[in-house]
Design a protein around this ligand. Sequence first.
Ligand SMILES: [Ca+2]
Ligand SMILES: [Ca+2]
Length: 224
Amino acid sequence: MGAVVGTLSLQTRQRRPSRATMFGSSNNDRVCDDLELSVVCHRPEALDLLEAQSNFNRKELQVLYRGFKNECPSGVVNEETFKQIYSQFFPHGDASTYAHYLFNAFDSSQSGSIKFEDFVTALSILLRGTTTEKLQWTFNLYDINKDGYINKEEMTDIVKAIYDMMGRFTYPALKTDTTKQHVDAFFQKMDKNRDGVVTLDEFILSCQEDENIMRSLQLFENVI
Ligand SMILES: [Ca+2]
Ligand SMILES: [Ca+2]
């Protein structure tokens, strides 16, 4: 399990260099100009609302917005674009399946596209949220069909997607039964009442008992 949640922190580290470009502090004047034009003038309430709903201040939101518009001038990210951006961080593997699951977790309204608001909401939780919020978000990511339970099929799909994403350079001697072992270990630890599915309560309880998972969650904080 530690390796699964640990992957999230690995992603954070791998994404840092790109984040520096995406959210770099150059052209600060233009940040404000763009934001004035795109958000403040057209939707003056949007920034206030985001500031109230997220754990970012106005200045941080402006920098994030600049980065978002830079990568996605249309203002929304569809799944194909998301996969392309995300895959750049995992050049040795195939990140498309994991990116699909991540996309659905970012797209909390299941609208088929990620708007700036969706992006800020997810980042706010992952970087500045409480432990429970981060675990809820991760649970939702693993709960592929969003029915409130993680079953073995979903966990198998997630673990396979993570192995695909990491590629053969990270897991050179991957055996076919490794996925099953990983999933079995996950359920051994998480499925407290042994009914074959992991609920949010079981997930949060089990993660909080695990120091490795708690440490990897803390790595999210203060990276922006
Ligand atoms: Ca499910
Ligand atoms: Ca259970």
